[in-house]
Write a protein that binds this ligand. Structure first.
Ligand SMILES: [Zn+2]
Length: 301
């Protein structure tokens, strides 16, 4: 009996290890993910279409504070074949977010990008049905293990000088575990935060957009965009990883909120009860999230 248990454990751990690498955006693409990762077939998945006609204005969605985002920090840039990632090296001050209707402060743990194989697609979220060519995800975690992700869209426009440094570094680390260290001030690759808050953001409860697609993440996507040139976009999709975006998922009754009143979202404010329900995360989900994040970080390191 003991031997059987040991065998089960070995088999299970081998399966788990295999699972970490089996998914991709080609033959083991998003449609196949739920077979290996049941949570990818869940009811609260990301990304979604950010439809202003159904978004409900919530006056409690105050401006988001981006603390220490304006620091020059040393970042490790890597391309692991799934995305281009940035992770801080011994930060003196950790960038964090609070404000909004967040109940805690969330520390930045990494950023990464999603793109497509031409300029007409690439973002994971859609805005009123339309895709942008590129989307950045800034992944934050609170001390209690909750995850809050911020997304910004990039629009086709002028060259983004600081993104060039990231792309040059990423070009040297394709499909290797090499990391290239660069000095980066995040404000140079993101929109002006005051402007972005003024123009508003969407909020909903969703998931990781990659396996294991863990749910319970607090998602924020801003309407304010950042510019990137077509030449820079080509650098994203001309590396071996030509596309890494998941299609939009059904809302399944979830509430999409928006922080500003827009001309086509004149809907009544949320009821008190719905606001409260919105941020309840069970301890079980907190543990699951922490485990999933650690697993992802290990897989990516
Ligand atoms: Zn992402």
């Amino acid at each position: 009996m003991k031997l059987l248990n040991v065998l089960v454990v070995i088999l299970y751990s081998k399966l788990s290890l295999a699972n970490v690498n089996v998914w991709n955006y080609r033959e083991h693409g998003p449609d196949e993910w739920p077979k290996e990762f049941p949570q990818c077939g869940g009811k609260q998945q990301s990304p979604i279409d950010l439809d202003t006609t159904i978004a409900q204005f919530n006056k409690d969605l105050k401006p988001i504070n981006f603390n220490n985002y304006d620091q020059n920090l040393l970042w490790n840039i890597t391309n692991d074949g799934k995305s281009i990632y940035g992770r801080m090296i011994n930060p003196s001050l950790i960038p964090s977010i609070n404000g909004s209707n967040y109940r805690e402060t969330f520390n930045l743990i990494q950023f990464h990008f999603h793109w497509g194989f031409n300029p007409y697609q690439g973002s994971e979220h859609r805005l009123n049905g339309s895709k942008y060519p590129l989307e950045i995800h800034l992944v934050h975690q609170s001390e209690s293990g909750n995850l809050a992700v911020i997304g910004f869209f990039y629009r086709l426009g002028r060259t983004n000088v600081k993104l060039k440094e990231i792309l040059d570094a990423a070009g040297q680390t394709i499909f290797k575990n090499d990391m290239i260290a660069i000095n980066l001030n995040l404000v140079h690759i993101l929109p002006d935060f005051d402007e972005a808050n003024k123009n508003g953001y969407f909020r909903y409860m969703g998931s990781l957009t990659i396996p294991p697609c863990t749910e319970g993440l607090i998602w924020t996507v801003f309407r304010q965009t950042v510019s990137i040139s077509e030449n820079q976009l080509v650098k994203f999709y001309s590396n071996k990883l030509e596309s890494n975006h998941r299609d939009v998922q059904p809302l399944n009754g979830r509430i999409l909120q928006i922080s500003v009143r827009t001309s086509n979202s004149r809907l009544p404010p949320l009821k008190q009860q719905q606001q409260h329900k919105y941020f309840q995360l069970s301890q079980q989900n907190v543990r699951k999230l922490s485990a999933a994040t650690n697993q992802q970080l290990q897989a990516q390191n």
